[in-house]
Design a protein around this ligand. Structure first.
Ligand SMILES: [Zn+2]
Length: 181
């Protein structure tokens, strides 16, 4: 079974949605708050928190994984919602801290490896969320199949590493449950 065929099949399946990554920016007048980059959200959740921080809404949003930023004196001038444009690759898959949805970010090789570890540890790739996460991993490593290496930028070791990740991903294809959930 080829990876590109599987990617095509996955595209036709029921998958969890992915959302663009946003974070909240806050300037307290003395310097950038060190917490700026630790909180990643989908736009809707970033907006919910933003509205609370600057006082448009009163009820504090409840976070699924972490507390929301405890910044004081937030105003429209010193606080903003920022969007990640996909320049930065992450070592782990990113989820919205408020609602837990999957965020659309590129992964480093370490990030791909930890996703492969996850799929190697489960029996079957079945839920719409796992199928989405699996699709995202395959997309990251698909280029190996077409040997579309950017030789100017990749060392022999890096190509070898990519080949290893590709082989591991290929071994996982039979775990994919083709039936609709
Ligand atoms: Zn969210």
């Amino acid at each position: 079974m080829k990876m590109t065929d599987t990617i095509e099949q996955l595209n036709g399946m029921e998958l969890a949605e992915v959302y663009d990554l946003h974070w909240l920016y806050h300037h307290d007048g003395r310097g950038y708050d060190s917490h700026d980059d630790e909180f990643n959200y989908c736009y809707d959740c970033a907006n919910t928190i933003y509205n609370f921080l600057i006082g448009i809404t009163i009820e504090k949003p409840g976070a699924k994984y972490l507390e929301i930023p405890d910044w004081n004196d937030c105003t429209e001038k010193n606080t903003a919602i920022k969007e990640d444009w996909g320049h930065h690759a992450y070592d782990t898959r990113q989820f919205c801290y408020l609602c837990g949805c999957i965020l659309d970010v590129p992964l480093t090789n370490d990030g791909i490896e930890s996703e492969l570890d996850h799929f190697e540890s489960i029996e079957e790739i079945k839920s719409p969320e796992d199928k989405r996460l699996f699709l995202e991993v395959l997309r990251e490593i698909e280029y190996v199949e077409s040997e579309n290496f950017t030789f100017e930028f990749m060392t022999t070791d890096e190509i070898e590493e990519a080949n290893q990740l590709y082989k591991r991903a290929l071994d996982l294809l039979p775990k994919l449950n083709k039936a609709a959930v």
